[in-house]
Design a protein around this ligand. Structure first.
Ligand SMILES: [Mg+2]
Length: 458
């Protein structure tokens, strides 16, 4: 994948120069000569990374950055501020506006390419997560992007890997005002701790005595348990080539000594925000995937999941000539429960019904609420007689004890009718089994309810 870099500068010659450099490295380049033009391009989703000039007439770079970062649809696009002067104040203002990084004119090619590559890798990942989150938002998840954009990036858990006591003391004093800081002097211990703890960032010194900070960086990036933790490198000015190497192997950012207090805080904050942004998206993907396959009332699988999974289980059992059975369970006179006690009581009955069914089935059985008061259980490797026994056990368990509702202030007597079917040699699909089980359920209802009817064997 090649990233699309938006170059924003009010001076045409600057735009041309950057465009030429980036194109030579096979990046796609889009250009803009004003803030509003840049915002429009970003809103249309046409940029993966923004290189943003600070000094522009009209809307300056800080303002453009602030707007990008406060708009949910563009907040995730990495922004690199390009400043004419190496002014700490400019850096601070840029990072405050939410910039992910900055470069100083005249631009150093190696630093430029390393930063753009590192940020484009990150963008690829967040794009994937965003795509899934947006798809799942359609299933009813609250706007995860707005929530992520509102993340403050404060109170992170930071692991500082540094072995010089005076430096540790100074950095700790600065960071502790906003974050929880833990210190580790040994690189290998740091790797273990990072793997066990729930850290929002690791700051790695490249000047550890007798230890290689770059090696630690590469280990952090390659282990499953630590690869999502942002890594910030800290080095001396003459460590430049090692810092660039670190960015290539996946460090997210770096700080040059002597470390500026505000720069440290701003960069750590940016990394914490980025980490949480990613986590939130992942969580929302996780819960929406659950929502897509679960019934919210009972916690059982839902009909959609059931339809797909049952079809696959049918094919598997046919292919391997294994037995397979299905139970269709329906609460008797459920409408009366709703009419007499209200829908909340009806919901309580359904939850209790689901619990009792679950208690009578195995982990490998598929239990799903098909809607209304109907639950289906698919039993792999289970023949006709065993399936009947499971159905009878459930029927008994439902009938034996009345259902307590409204904090046990009421007991409702509930019974269930069950239709049972097993896979026959002539069955073409799962629908054949389902049809026979439905017919058997119909017979159970017609025969007086509170009973199990098994579809015939032939
Ligand atoms: Mg300018």
């Amino acid at each position: 994948m090649t990233a699309r870099v938006l170059v924003v500068d009010d001076i045409a010659a600057n735009v041309k120069l950057l465009e030429a450099k980036l194109s030579a490295e096979y990046f796609d380049v889009v250009t803009a000569q004003s803030g509003p033009e840049a915002l429009a391009i970003c809103e249309r989703g046409e940029a993966d990374i923004v290189l943003l000039d600070v000094m522009m007439p009209g809307m300056n770079g800080f303002e453009v950055c602030r707007r990008l970062k406060s708009t949910p649809s563009t907040a995730h696009i990495p922004v690199v501020m390009v400043t004419a002067l190496d002014q700490p104040r400019d850096r601070l203002q840029g990072l405050d506006a939410g910039a992910d990084d900055f470069l100083t004119k005249p631009l150093d090619d190696a630093a430029l390419f390393a930063r753009v590559r590192s940020l484009s890798r990150l963008k690829t990942m967040t794009d994937e997560l965003r795509g899934r989150a947006i798809a799942s938002a359609r299933l009813g998840i609250a706007d995860p992007l707005a929530a992520a954009a509102a993340e403050t990036g404060l109170n992170g858990r930071i692991l500082l890997v540094e072995d010089r006591p005076t430096v540790v003391e100074r950095l700790q004093a600065v960071l502790s005002a906003f974050h929880q800081v833990e210190v580790e002097r040994d690189a290998q211990q740091a790797l273990l701790r990072a793997g066990e703890g729930d850290f929002d960032g690791v700051i790695v010194s490249l000047n550890l005595q007798g230890q290689d900070g770059l090696r630690l960086c590469s280990q952090l990036r390659s282990l499953q348990s630590t690869r999502d933790i942002p890594v910030l490198l800290m080095g001396e000015v003459d460590d430049r080539s090692r810092i660039l190497r670190g960015l290539e192997i996946g460090a997210h950012d770096f700080l040059m000594r002597p470390i500026d207090r505000n720069e440290l805080l701003a960069r750590v904050r940016t990394q914490v925000r980025r980490k949480r942004f990613t986590e939130r998206l992942r969580d929302s993907v996780q819960s929406s995937m659950e929502m897509a396959v679960m019934d919210q009332l009972t916690g059982l699988h839902n009909r959609r999941f059931m339809d797909n999974r049952f079809a696959a289980m049918f094919d598997e059992s046919a292919l391997r000539a294994r037995s397979l059975s299905i139970l269709v369970l329906d609460v008797d006179h459920f409408k009366t429960v709703n009419d007499s006690w209200g829908h909340d009581a009806g919901d309580e009955v359904l939850r209790e019904f689901a619990d009792r069914v679950r208690a009578c089935t195995r982990g490998i059985d598929l239990v799903a609420r098909m809607g209304g008061e109907e639950i289906v259980v698919v039993l792999p490797d289970t023949g006709r007689d065993a399936a009947y026994q499971v159905a009878e056990r459930i029927r008994e368990r439902v009938e034996r004890e009345p259902f307590a509702i409204r904090n046990r202030s009421r007991d409702i007597k509930v019974t269930v009718s069950v239709g049972v079917a097993h896979r026959r040699a002539g069955d073409v699909s799962s629908a054949d089994m389902m049809k026979r089980a439905d017919d058997a359920l119909y017979q159970a209802k017609a025969g007086g309810r509170n009973r199990v009817i098994v579809a015939s064997a032939a």
